[in-house]
Design a protein around this ligand. Structure first.
Ligand code: H2B
Length: 124
């Protein structure tokens, strides 16, 4: 018996494949691991995710490591995956993977060939 508003595993994996192919469904949560250059970078990514979570009032588990950050989301109140999880995951992906230098605007984005600037591993 599924809790109200939750998705079946087959629906979850189909929606991730379509809308969030860099995310996976594991351990009952939507999960994404972001590669980073070091620990300070991981803390900054975690802080950005934490801001989005608080603004959304929907909170993931965030694991901060040297060189990576894992984000894991589920809807605790219903014990499953709901639209809230997909919507927060999509916003996190949009924000963390934002590379303005690829948008043709005035912002250059983080220089990828300068070691002092290395931050997120966009192709990890
Ligand atoms: C009281 C309860 O914690 C709040 O309503 C919010 C806070 N953030 C939350 N985050 C998540 N992931 N699931 C929830 O059910 C949830 N509930």
């Amino acid at each position: 018996m599924q809790a109200k508003g939750t998705y079946e595993e087959s629906d979850i994996t189909a929606r991730l494949s379509k809308d969030l192919p860099t995310w996976r469904y594991e351990g009952g949560q939507l999960r994404r691991t972001y590669g980073t250059h070091g620990f300070k970078a991981s803390v900054m990514v975690a802080n950005a995710v934490a801001h989005l979570a608080e603004a959304a009032w929907h909170h993931p588990d965030i694991t901060i490591s040297f060189g990576k950050v894992e984000v894991a989301i589920e809807s605790h109140d219903v014990g499953g995956i709901t639209d809230r999880d997909f919507e927060l995951a999509a916003k996190i992906e949009q924000v963390i993977m934002w590379q303005p230098g690829k948008e043709g605007g005035a912002l250059t984005g983080t220089p990828e060939n300068e070691s002092i600037a290395r931050y997120i591993k966009y192709n990890a």
